[in-house]
Design a protein around this ligand. Structure first.
Ligand code: HEC
Ligand code: HEC
Length: 213
């Protein structure tokens, strides 16, 4: 029994740093993202700063709250959930979500809101969607496994980073996004006209997820 306990303890220790990246948590965050974009984005904006299309359209009596400020970002999920659910100040356009969306889903939304200032690309993007984009637009050069040996790379005779190697860990998340957005060097195309900023985040997230951090 004591050996089992030790094993559990060790597993617990090693699981801890990666906990925020656990599969279940990730699913919830992604569900929260979808819900947020359906129900909240109109007013709060895709980035949560309060500049959604509806907020700009109608003259709101009170400005839409910026959900990326410390006041909200440092709240626990529970506290934020209460604000979203039981929000009942008079004369505001912020709906009382308690009666509209089941609590389980509101909890996912709250979890997602708390990711707004999260820096970890693997959480910020949707790697599953990113994989589809990568397969469609990037493999010709970067290769199916991201090793930098796609057919086009061989034809053009260009060298690029092997994503499966450690070298990618020297590049920051922002650099990855900037390179995909603006292109780099002679052959890495700019994708800003082809992919939305959301899709760029997704494919960057996939690169990080698959090829090490
Ligand atoms: C019709 C526009 C609109 C929609 C849709 C909307 N909000 Fe709001 N929200 C507001 C406004 C306006 C405020 C600021 C109101 C105030 O401070 O009186 C606000 C404030 C908030 C606050 C801060 C509350 C506080 O007490 O500080 C949170 C959290 C929030 N919204 C979350 C959400 C979530 C989550 C959703 C989607 C499920 C959502 N909102 C959808 C307009 C909206
Ligand atoms: C025509 C070939 C080509 C295609 C297609 C291509 N890339 Fe690249 N990519 C390159 C080359 C060449 C480099 C190296 C550029 C340099 O270092 O000068 C590069 C570099 C990068 C880097 C940065 C690594 C570094 O060196 O800083 C990222 C991230 C990247 N590409 C992502 C993508 C994504 C995502 C796609 C698909 C949406 C894509 N690339 C499609 C050729 C390509």
């Amino acid at each position: 029994m004591s050996r089992l306990f030790l094993v559990l303890l060790l597993v617990g220790c090693f699981a801890l740093p990666g906990q925020s990246f656990g599969a279940e948590r990730r699913e919830n965050v992604l569900a929260g993202k979808r819900l947020f974009n359906s129900y909240c984005m109109l007013c709060h904006g895709e980035d949560g700063r309060g500049g959604g299309p509806l907020a700009n359209k109608i003259k709101l009596k009170s400005p839409v709250a910026d959900l990326t400020v410390d006041k909200y970002q440092q709240m626990s999920v529970e506290k934020l959930l209460l604000l979203i659910e039981g929000y009942n100040r008079k004369e505001t356009l912020m709906p009382k979500w308690e009666k509209i969306i089941p609590e389980k889903n509101l909890r996912s939304i709250a979890g997602y809101i708390l990711m707004f200032t999260q820096k970890d690309l693997r959480m910020r993007g949707d790697a599953r969607r990113g994989r589809e984009i990568f397969r469609q637009s990037c493999v010709a050069c970067h290769g199916a496994r991201g090793k930098g040996n796609g057919v086009l790379a061989q034809v053009l005779g260009v060298k690029m980073i092997d994503y499966t190697s450690r070298s990618l860990s020297k590049i920051t998340d922002e650099e990855i996004i900037t390179t995909i957005t603006n292109g780099k060097g002679e052959f890495m195309p700019s994708w800003s006209g082809t992919l939305s900023s959301e899709e760029i985040k997704d494919v960057a997230s996939y690169i990080r997820t698959m090829f090490g951090k």
